[in-house]
Write a protein that binds this ligand. Structure first.
Ligand SMILES: Nc1ncnc2c1ncn2[C@@H]1O[C@H](COP(=O)(O)OP(=O)(O)O)[C@@H](O)[C@H]1O
Ligand SMILES: [Mg+2]
Length: 255
């Protein structure tokens, strides 16, 4: 056995010891067609294929996994949707994955999953009121776990500063193969600039017909060398007009 496979073996063992399945409460996801949760509503669709391509690239880029921050130049551009679908995709491929909502001013993960956070938000972990495993919720049958925000806030109380956030991120790094962080917009607040040094890589989501061109360079500046790539969300090329009925189980589309 070489050094690399030894590391993987012990890493997996460590994760299993730290996260006995019974410790994380499971939650049921209620969803409908409009939710856009690709793996739930259309597991054979083109969106899922696109996420699988992205998963392949990220696994090639960083086989050991790590912390990925998802952001966009502004609000409503698909950060939360991308974070959930990407985390779902990693977990669906069998990799232990954690999705953490860090957009305290506009939390979206719980809403998108139609989950009501009664207690045990990520805030409790950041303020040392609870242990990570008490706030983690298991989603579905794959190894997918989430940390939700309990309540939205205007002032962040230093939640994203390294002194508060870094210990949690290091703990998550030791427990999971991939940790996906649903971040706030990259501009104009300083939130993302605070988190960037703490992640391994960042993905910028740009939304067709929504993102203003002028907002893209400042967002790239914030991410600097941590920028791994850009996702073009809501892109017409991924739609049925381009691919026709190939790979679709639905009725043949008009060309
Ligand atoms: N590709 C898409 N197709 C259809 N609706 C989308 C798409 N991307 C995002 N949305 C919708 O746009 C809204 C904002 O998306 P969200 O992921 O919450 O953005 P953000 O987290 O960047 O604010 C949500 O209602 C979401 O379902
Ligand atoms: Mg969001």
């Amino acid at each position: 056995m070489n050094a690399a496979s030894n590391t993987t073996y012990f890493d997996n063992l460590r994760r299993d010891l730290l996260l006995p399945e019974s410790e994380a409460k499971g939650i049921a996801i209620q969803t409908d067609k409009r939710s856009r949760l690709a793996f739930l509503i259309d597991s054979a669709g083109l969106a899922v294929e696109q996420y699988k391509l992205l998963r392949r690239r990220l696994n090639a880029l960083r086989p050991q996994g790590g912390l990925i921050g998802i952001t966009s130049p502004g609000p409503g551009e698909g950060k939360t949707l991308t974070s959930i679908n990407l985390a779902w995709c990693f977990a669906n491929g069998g990799q232990q994955t954690c999705l953490a909502d860090l957009d305290f001013r506009a939390p979206g993960v719980a809403d998108t999953l139609k989950y009501s956070v009664e207690s045990g938000g990520i805030e409790d972990v950041l303020t040392d009121q609870s242990a990570v495993h008490e706030s983690l919720r298991r989603i579905g049958d794959d190894p997918l776990y989430a940390l939700f925000i309990h309540r939205r806030r205007v002032a962040l109380d230093g939640f994203l500063s390294p002194v508060t956030l870094a210990p949690l991120l290091e703990k998550l790094r030791s427990m999971f193969h991939w940790v996906i962080l649903d971040l706030p917009p990259a501009t104009p607040m300083a939130d993302v600039a605070e988190v960037v040094p703490q992640v391994d890589g960042a993905i910028l989501v740009i939304r067709n017909a929504t993102t203003k061109k002028a907002m893209i360079p400042p967002a790239c500046d914030v991410l600097g060398s941590k920028l791994w790539g850009v996702i073009y969300n809501d892109s017409p090329i991924a739609g049925s007009e381009y691919y026709g009925s190939y790979g679709s189980t639905g009725p043949r589309s008009k060309r």
